[in-house]
Ligand binder design. Structure first.
Ligand code: GA4
Length: 329
């Protein structure tokens, strides 16, 4: 059973409901719902996910504590090239957003090193982070198992194996969007005086397999439907949002499509979101699962390693479409 979610009327007056999936429901129905949501939107919300509230709130508190620090202290955790504290600059090719963030590799060794520059109590910070990452990873595995079952892939662990490896290149990002007042003052961040100053983080898809997003109760996230309509996503601090990334598009030979999304700023409240990006180890090969390639659905993508894909992503702008570079023919 799909839990009814609020209907949202977009500017073009199409009413669209964000799929909401209750993870406590019966497995056979669950896998169908997950596959349907991945096909239709590449995006859904999960409720009754089993992640303890305390794991989420400890992470949220650590994030809030970090961003409340004076800029000079935050800068000690940066620059985010590629990991650490970043402010307004996104990636290496001139993309900008109205936000500050922490971008971290999920490897426990990297976390214990980084925590020293982020918190006065690095052990507390890294414990909160590791617990959150562990819970997000479990959630991803549960969803990927359901995907594999729902697509009748013979080995139901073929997708989860990609991220369970100790060498997995998964990342954690905490984004902090202070309120942006048009032509006025903004806490900490200088106003971006162009027409896009209500964009917090520009339109893009995530390169990885799956993203688990959680935010506080402040809206701002928008997703694009396959026919190009932008839908605002009502915030839900008790739920998680799941996004299909580029690699899952490849693995399903295009049956799922990675969701394009963006974050808008808000003029009154601070938004904080946390994303876990589930990725394989750098040297692992990615190609459409054999079950997904048939005479009717010939192979769309060439094989490539995650390192090759990452390199392509980092050589392009945030909103560029990188998947086209890996198409057959
Ligand atoms: C988008 C998803 C993740 O936030 C991210 C981003 C990364 C970055 O901020 O450094 C990228 C962006 C993201 C895709 C294209 C490249 C790389 C910025 C950019 C211009 C951490 C990721 O893995 O890819």
């Amino acid at each position: 059973m799909v839990v009814p979610s609020p209907m949202i009327r977009t500017k073009k007056t199409k009413a669209v409901g964000i799929p909401t999936i209750d993870l406590s429901m019966e497995r056979s129905e669950l896998r169908e719902q997950v596959v349907k949501a991945c096909e239709e939107y590449g995006f859904f919300r999960v409720v009754k996910h089993g992640v303890p509230k305390e794991v989420i709130s400890r992470m949220e508190e650590e994030g809030a504590e970090f961003f409340a620090k004076p800029t000079s202290e935050k800068l000690q955790a940066g620059p985010a090239t590629p990991f650490g504290y970043g402010c307004r600059n996104i990636g290496p090719n001139g993309d900008m957003g109205n936000l500050e963030y922490l971008l971290l590799h999920t490897n426990p060794l990297c976390i214990s090193q980084r925590s020293k520059t982020i918190s006065k109590d690095p052990t507390k910070f890294s414990n909160a982070l590791n617990d959150y990452i562990g819970a997000a990873k479990e959630l991803v595995c549960e969803i990927l198992e359901l995907v594999a079952e729902g697509l009748w892939v013979p080995d139901k662990f073929s997708l989860t194996n990609l991220i369970k490896d100790v060498q997995s290149d998964s990342l954690l990002r905490i984004n902090h969007y202070p309120p942006v007042i048009k032509n006025g003052n903004q806490n900490n961040l200088k106003i971006n005086d162009n027409n896009n100053n209500n964009i917090g983080f520009g339109e893009h898809s995530d390169p990885q397999i799956l993203t688990i997003l959680r935010s506080n109760d402040v809206g701002g996230l928008q997703i694009s439907t396959h026919d190009g309509l932008w839908i605002p996503v009502p915030p839900d601090p008790n739920g998680f949002f799941v996004m299909v990334g580029d690699v899952l598009q490849v693995l399903t030979n295009g049956r799922f499509r990675s969701v394009r999304h963006r974050a808008m700023t808000n003029s009154r409240k601070t938004r904080m979101s946390m994303m876990y990006f589930a990725a394989p180890p750098l040297n692992w090969w990615i190609e459409p699962l054999s079950k997904m390639v048939t005479a009717q659905n010939p192979r769309v993508y060439k094989p490539f390693t995650w390192a090759q894909y990452k390199k392509a992503a980092y050589s392009l702008k945030l909103g560029d479409s990188r998947l086209d570079l890996f198409k057959v023919g």
